[in-house]
Design a protein around this ligand. Structure first.
Ligand code: UD1
Length: 337
């Protein structure tokens, strides 16, 4: 049987590269579009080293309508698309809101205007759309809050665009994946999270601090109403997260209906506090991190973890990698890169 051809936008980024490998491992043919704004061409070589296969690769910016038009005129044989290409810094989005609205929304519009409308579409969203949920664990039906940042708002707007477009295209099917907190790296140690600038998320901050790249590390607030006073999040292994995209594609490809719109949480279902993340890191690395406690970070939610029963039931997907193993993989990557 001919392999299905999947377009992965932002395929050289953190989640995109791991998902590309998972797709190739499952026998899919992959085409990557990436503008290299927060990724490196070296990742393409590493994907080849891990899989022995070179995905098709096109370097361009999807916000450029004429580039998109030219590309899709020549290349429009895709069975599926996984759209990762987006800016993702919460802080930067507050300082440069227009950059974020333009980049994240325009690229989706250009994609939807040019790609075949009988495609299976997976969109990379975030639990940030829930804000501080009233009920925990968070189900997909929890009311969406006004996002704290322009970045979060672009995720919500892109979900809305896809919902509206899917309503009018009788052969378009869309799955929205709302990721909780992705951590860790591929077991080969060849690819992982590699932010161009100073990392903003907890686990890469911890690993960079432990190796000496960052001089300071602080816990933002230990007076929250949680079991140890620090915030709680649902940290999901990047390997499990990559697999969720395969499960979502398989769900769409195997479904008799060809006009689906569905939303799934992708997390472990279990919350860990900031202190528990540090304890896990100390355990797997043999270190004993010395940190300060600083005031609460503006915009932080107290506690967020996913109800993953919908993904389990409908996508037949659940996380497999243990929390400690995911933290260890992040540490191995930090030492290898
Ligand atoms: C952040 C983003 C969210 C995005 C997600 C992607 C904010 C407000 N939200 O979420 O939109 O989808 O990343 O993974 O930035 N912490 C420390 N010290 C540090 C860094 C973090 O104590 O130096 C704490 C934070 O206060 C938080 C937890 O660690 O309680 C996790 O932080 P982070 O990795 O930034 O993730 P989120 O806040 O969940």
């Amino acid at each position: 049987m001919k392999s299905k051809y999947i377009l992965v936008t932002g395929g050289l980024g953190y989640i995109g590269s791991h998902t590309t490998i998972a797709l190739i491992d499952k026998g899919y043919k992959v085409c990557i579009i990436d503008n290299l704004s927060n990724s490196s061409i070296d990742v393409l070589k590493r994907i080849k080293k891990i899989t022995n296969i070179s995905p098709d690769f096109f370097e361009f910016d999807l916000t450029d309508a004429s580039n998109a038009k030219t590309f899709f005129k020549k290349n429009n044989k895709f069975d599926g698309v996984i759209h990762f290409a987006a800016k993702k810094s919460v802080d930067e989005s507050v300082i440069k809101p227009l950059d974020y609205y333009y980049n994240n929304i325009q690229s989706l519009i250009n994609l939807l205007e040019n790609i075949n409308t009988d495609v299976k579409f997976i969109f990379s969203s975030s639990c940030t759309v829930y804000g501080q949920a009233e009920k925990l664990p968070i189900t997909e039906t929890a009311p969406l809050k006004k996002p704290e940042s322009p970045y979060g708002n672009t995720k919500k707007i892109c979900e809305n665009i896809l919902e509206d477009k899917t309503k009018i295209e009788t052969k378009l099917s869309t799955v929205i994946l709302r990721y909780f907190n992705p951590i860790g790296a591929h077991p080969s140690g060849l690819i992982g999270e590699d932010p161009r600038n100073v990392p903003q998320n907890l686990v890469p901050i911890i690993t960079q601090f432990a190796i000496g790249k960052l001089k300071k590390f602080a816990v933002f607030g230990d007076d929250y109403p949680t079991r140890d006073g620090t915030c709680i999040r649902d940290y999901i292994s990047i390997m499990d997260l990559a697999d969720a995209h395969i499960s979502a594609l398989e769900y769409l490809f195997s479904n008799k209906k060809n006009n689906i719109y569905n939303v799934f949480n992708v997390g472990t279902g279990e919350g860990k506090s900031v202190k528990e993340v540090i304890d896990s890191f100390n355990k797997v690395s043999g270190k004993n991190l010395q940190y300060d406690v600083r005031p609460r970070r503006k915009g932080d939610v107290i506690s967020a973890f996913a109800d993953i029963s919908k993904a389990k039931k409908i996508l037949n997907w659940a996380s497999k990698v243990s929390f400690d193993d995911a933290v260890l993989s992040a540490w191995n990557w930090e030492q290898n890169k």
